[in-house]
Design a protein around this ligand. Structure first.
Ligand code: Q9C
Ligand code: ZN
Length: 342
């Protein structure tokens, strides 16, 4: 299987995030990708290639232009204030506040264009974010060109990023950008299967009212888990997209038995939808050893996930999302890919 990877991910390296009342080192760190790359090479999973630059047009098919402008200029606006730390949001237009105008000040813009504070912007963030989207787009092109499957080793991840907001370590929604590129290349029905531990609120929002892209997600129950405000079972799509969103929230402590049963439900829905291509938002933060998550999958279970996805028989693009047990992340990701191939 082809892997698409760019060293530019290293340009994004946030210093810290809020965790239980303290600022701790970011869980979403460059070492994650280095570990995955080592495992992909060690298992002999196939060639690793650099992404092709695709520019802003395919990005703006799913994100608002003013949001992309914000991401591109945020670091310079932040530095113009003489700041030295990472740019971080701290004020949001929640509930009865004014969400109908974009603030002039960068501190206001950071809140306007985000859903939480887990999105540090550093000097190299925009370059890394673009390279990450290019990995997904290059992977989509490979699958469209006839490859059975490809693995976009994206970092930073993307599935929490909505049409006009960053959040949860995500800036551009790599999986959604890839799915839209498949649609624009003529694939009539595309499915996104999100197996990250967290609900893919951004991907859901992007496709919520559409009948051409099916979104299925298995995740920690948002009643007790980030992102808290999306991912409930009663969110099933709207308008033409009614019935094209499937949320399968699962309780803390979910292990392989219940997880794989839910995965079967998700895969059956994708088959029934009649998808002709598949994008998998591949998070491995469902692992028992993940430091910020509460499922109980073991490394061997990831091989079974890959095998079940392969059984759909669809041209498949894997897009890297979360997973924060850095010592095991390579094994777990390579197990999914190996389970798919074998
Ligand atoms: N500070 C992905 O897995 N909340 N994002 C972290 C600890 C945000 C996870 C709480 C979790 C975002 C792509
Ligand atoms: Zn996650």
């Amino acid at each position: 299987m082809l892997t698409i990877h760019s060293d530019d991910h290293r340009l994004h390296h946030g210093a810290g995030e809020f965790y239980r009342g303290r600022i701790v080192p970011c869980f979403e760190m460059p070492a994650r990708v280095e570990q995955i790359l080592a495992s992909v090479a060690g298992r002999g999973l196939g060639p690793v290639v650099a992404p092709v630059r695709h520019g802003r047009a395919p990005v703006e098919r799913v994100h608002a232009a003013d949001y992309v402008d914000f991401l591109a200029s945020a670091w310079d606006e932040w530095c113009a204030l003489g700041e030295i730390g990472d740019a971080l949001p701290y004020a949001w237009p929640a509930h009865d506040l004014r969400a109908d105008r974009v603030p002039d000040h960068i501190d206001g813009k950071l809140g306007f264009y985000s859903i939480d504070a887990a999105v540090p912007i550093t000097a190299g963030t925009w370059a890394a974010v673009q390279a990450s989207a290019d990995c997904a787009l290059t992977g989509a092109a490979a699958v469209l060109g006839g490859e059975r499957a490809a693995f976009a080793l994206c970092r930073p991840p993307g599935h929490h990023a909505g049409p006009r907001a960053m959040g949860g370590f995500c800036y551009l929604n790599n999986a959604a950008i890839a799915a839209q590129a498949m649609r624009d290349a003529g694939v009539v029905k595309v499915a996104v299967l999100d197996v990250d531990y967290h609900h893919g609120n951004g991907t859901q929002a992007i496709f919520y009212d559409r009948a051409d892209v099916f979104f299925a997600s298995l995740h920690g129950d948002p009643a007790v888990e980030y992102p808290f405000f999306a991912g409930f079972a009663d969110e099933t799509g709207s308008g033409a997209g009614q019935g094209c969103t499937l949320n399968l929230p699962l309780p803390w402590g979910t292990a392989a038995g219940a997880y794989l049963a839910a995965l079967d439900t998700g895969c059956a829905a994708i088959a029934a939808f009649g998808a002709q291509a598949l994008v998998v938002s591949l998070g491995v933060d469902t692992f028992a050893g993940d430091p910020i998550s509460h499922f109980k999958l073991e490394s061997a279970d990831f091989t079974r996930i890959g095998a079940r996805v392969a059984a759909l028989g669809l041209p498949t693009l894997f897009v890297m999302e979360g997973g924060y047990a850095v010592g095991d992340i390579g094994t777990n990701v390579a197990n999914v890919l190996e389970g798919f191939v074998h």
